[in-house]
Design a protein around this ligand. Structure first.
Ligand code: AMO
Length: 444
């Protein structure tokens, strides 16, 4: 829009007439004057319509929150007693000389700053995403994605696009959504880019992808989505799982550094702090972690084959307090608990070279060294009661020579949610899909 300046730049224009554009935020009528806040992507400013400007007053008198306006006005310093310290444009205001209405809004179902029940927030996302809180969350998410991507590029990874339509589930156990395909065939929505990132080790040696994954598990929890975004990488020529863990640690450290530099104000608004990443993220085997939890928190462990949500919370609490780390690696899960392609640690059978990364009490990443030998992989597929013929396309990778390799996958929504300590991963998803909702509630 010609001549438009952003609201954040008003303070550099005191005394001048400028043009801004945005949404009406709140309106306060005081005597003959109308005070209202205007909002654009960069912030808010108080605007004032005064009675001697008739056309301005006419519009100001009838406009409502969320009307979209293009406003011409004079930037004035606010009187000393009205200055709001620490607020963007707390010391300037706009005396309106002209208003052009770009779009009207019907009456809102609730005030935009109202405390809403989470389902109502989701029902009205086209409106509620306009709050500062939502903008903060998705600005944070965009920064995380950008920083993570740059870190992997710096670590010599090449990006590729993984398919969303696939012939079956890649994890050999995750529930997949069916799609009607041509020739009466059933296709599926990808549960993971796993096979494709392994295949891409062929051309790239180090490959990464930002992929949509779709999970049809009937899990209605604060950490499960039907559609999630994963930051997946895979690398060839490794000795063991410690190498992908190091790449992941670097990506985490680089990401945390950048969000800390860019979004200090956001961490304060969400009442949390920039996460602590020590020089080396602590690594516990599953057995070590559970022994520690049992001792520290004086309780019995129910399942020694896997971490329960409470185990995850408590080992993180321990690491934060004693090791100054918001992140914890867990290794040596039983091989049978991991996906079929997971490499077993030969000196510690039946434990595997798989790992999880926990962040502030939640698993945000899973990874492993993989089986790279064709015969071993076919044997494992058979052991798991599956038919190797169903995997013949993927198995070519191993048939035609594959180096020892491994990688991992970070859930973007879970990473974002824990970064800002949001209680529900759905709040870190702009348009969450779950068992009960695709935009609107399915029960309705
Ligand atoms: P996994 O199934 O553990 O591993 O998924 C990897 C990461 O993706 C995120 N995630 C989810 N987030 C929200 N809702 C879901 N339903 C959901 N499912 C997964 C989590 C999780 O840590 N192929 C392996 C990864 C690998 O070995 O490289 C895999 O898919 O943050």
């Amino acid at each position: 829009m010609k001549d438009r300046i952003y609201i954040k730049d008003l303070k550099g224009n005191v005394g001048k007439e400028v043009v801004i554009a945005g949404w009406v935020d709140v309106r306060r009528d005081q005597g003959k004057m109308v005070f209202f806040d205007m909002r654009d992507v960069t912030g808010k400013v108080q605007a004032i319509a005064v009675p001697n400007r008739k056309e301005v007053m006419e519009i100001a008198g009838k406009m409502r929150p969320e009307w979209v306006l293009k406003i011409t006005g004079i930037v004035n310093k606010r009187p000393e007693k009205n200055i709001k310290a620490g607020v963007v444009n707390g010391n300037v205001e706009l005396e309106v000389t002209n208003i052009e209405v770009l779009s009207q809004a019907t009456e809102l179902p609730f005030a935009l700053d109202a405390e809403l029940n989470f389902d109502t927030y989701l029902d009205y996302l086209p409106l509620t995403l306009r709050t500062e809180r939502a903008r903060d969350i998705f600005t944070m998410q965009a920064t995380i994605l950008d920083a993570y991507r740059k870190s992997l590029q710096t670590q010599n990874f090449s990006e590729f696009e993984a398919p969303a339509i696939v012939g079956g589930d890649a994890e050999g156990g995750a529930a997949a959504f069916k799609v009607d395909y041509y020739y009466d065939q059933t296709a599926y929505l990808a549960t993971s880019p796993q096979f494709y990132k392994q295949i891409m080790v062929g051309p790239f040696e180090r490959a990464f992808t930002v992929a949509k994954i779709f999970r049809a598990e009937k899990s209605a929890t604060t950490r499960h989505l039907s559609e999630a975004t994963c930051l997946d990488f895979e690398m060839g020529f490794i000795e063991n799982e410690l190498e992908p863990m190091k790449v992941l640690e670097n990506a985490i450290r680089d990401t945390v550094k950048i969000v800390g530099e860019l979004h200090g104000d956001m961490f304060a608004r969400f009442n949390t702090t920039v996460p602590e990443v020590p020089t080396e993220i602590p690594i516990f085997t599953l057995a070590e972690a559970q022994a520690l939890i049992a001792k520290e928190f004086k309780r019995t462990i129910e399942d020694s084959n896997d971490m329960s949500p409470e185990d995850e919370r408590q080992i993180c609490e321990y690491a934060k307090k004693n090791l100054k780390s918001d992140f914890v690696f867990i290794t040596r899960f039983p091989t049978k608990k991991r996906a079929f392609y997971t490499y077993e640690e030969p000196s510690e059978t039946p434990y595997s070279r798989g790992f999880d990364l926990l962040f502030r009490g939640l698993e945000i990443n899973s990874g492993a060294q993989r089986i790279h030998n064709y015969e071993d992989l076919v044997r494992r597929i058979i052991e798991r009661g599956m038919n190797p013929e169903k995997f013949s396309y993927y198995l070519q990778t191993f048939k035609y020579g594959m180096p020892p390799h491994g990688g991992s996958s970070t859930g973007l929504e879970r990473f974002t949610a824990r970064m800002l300590e949001l209680p529900n991963v759905k709040e870190a998803t702009a348009f969450p899909r779950d068992m009960n909702r695709i935009d609107i509630r399915l029960s309705e």
